[in-house]
Ligand binder design. Structure first.
Ligand code: PCA
Length: 327
């Protein structure tokens, strides 16, 4: 019996080859730092499914959510060093590497979705060039929601935040703490619930989606909708891994990535309102900031913009000018 089976197996394989079906399959890991139910992760999971379909199963991407494979600040290096072929990062986390990564985290540069889109368009060529020099290709980028302040106490001005324990997720959110006299602690989203439960922090800036994902409403009851900036995540791929794909697979991947970007921007905006509704239902008070709080935050933003320009130099100024010219 055995030789007959072998012969049949060989026949099946040669038939597949004769039909032009390649059996080669590439498998990639894609670590992310946010939970599986977060809208970014859902979008990436859909992207991975679509890539599978579009490449006829030739490229399989495994999404590893919730910082299970690498912690948020490690994902970029993992992609750069081929420990993971792809990955999702929060650009603003890498502000200390290059000011370009910091730009969408500077308060009041781009605080509405149309502004965030224009800022993305204005900075994308330089961003792609910077990433390429690091052996990375940008697949797509999707925004979070406008950032507001979660705080235990009700506040009227930034003075009311002086001395409080403040969670920072990026160099910029730590800088805000410094400027308003709060005490910053760097904590990524995957550890945020625990940090609130143990009283390590009593305030932070982020979006409604993170407030919801981390069950912030169980510990903190106020959200001040300052709409200060819109940070973005980016899905990256190692350039060598990308270049190793067949041209048709590359094309299918890029097309699917473009679709994921369009879908991501749409869903981000739709979910912004929904997350605020969900937070309200769970007992969170969503406040419009007082005129004083708004003015205080804008002053913080002005200081940070001036600082950013100093560090980013003429290249940075050119990007900001291009963005402002599109306004
Ligand atoms: N959520 C992420 C980053 C920006 C956001 O809205 C966080 O808080 O970690």
């Amino acid at each position: 019996m055995k030789p007959r089976f072998l012969a049949l197996g060989a026949l099946a394989a040669s038939t597949l080859l004769a039909c032009g079906v390649s059996l080669a399959q590439t498998k990639w890991d894609l670590p992310t730092a946010y939970p599986a139910t977060n809208f970014h992760t859902e979008n990436i999971t859909q992207f991975a499914k679509d890539v599978d379909t579009a490449t006829g199963g030739k490229l399989k991407i495994s999404v590893h959510a919730n910082a299970s494979l690498f912690k948020a600040p490690e994902i970029k290096r993992a992609v750069q060093s081929s420990q993971a072929q792809a990955g999702e990062i929060l650009l603003a986390n890498y502000a200390n590497e290059n000011p370009l990564y910091a730009l969408d985290g500077v308060p009041f540069v781009a605080a509405s979705y149309p502004e965030a889109r224009r800022l993305y368009d204005a900075s994308k060529p330089a961003m792609e060039k910077l990433l390429a020099a690091q052996g990375i290709k940008l697949l797509f980028s999707v925004p979070w929601a406008p950032q507001g302040i979660f705080t235990k106490r009700e506040i009227n001005s930034v003075g009311d935040l002086r001395g409080i324990k403040w969670r920072a997720y990026s160099p910029a959110t730590a800088k805000i703490a410094e400027l308003i006299g709060a005490q910053p602690v760097q904590i990524q989203q995957a550890e945020l619930s625990a940090a609130m439960a143990t009283g390590v922090i009593e305030s932070y800036m982020s979006s409604g989606s993170t407030g919801y994902d981390t069950k912030t409403y169980e510990h903190i009851k106020n959200f001040y909708d300052t709409q200060a900036w819109i940070p973005k995540n980016a899905v990256l791929v190692n350039l060598k891994a990308f270049n190793a794909l067949e041209p048709a697979t590359q094309a299918a991947l890029l097309k699917t990535a473009a679709e994921a970007e369009t879908r991501g921007w749409k869903v981000a905006e739709e979910k912004n309102a929904e997350y605020k509704r969900l937070l309200t239902e769970r007992g969170m008070k969503i406040h419009k900031p007082s005129a004083k709080l708004d003015a205080d935050m804008r002053q913080v933003g002005a200081v940070m913009q001036a600082d950013w320009l100093k560090v980013a130099g003429p290249d940075g100024a050119a990007i900001l000018d291009a963005y402002k010219a599109k306004k």
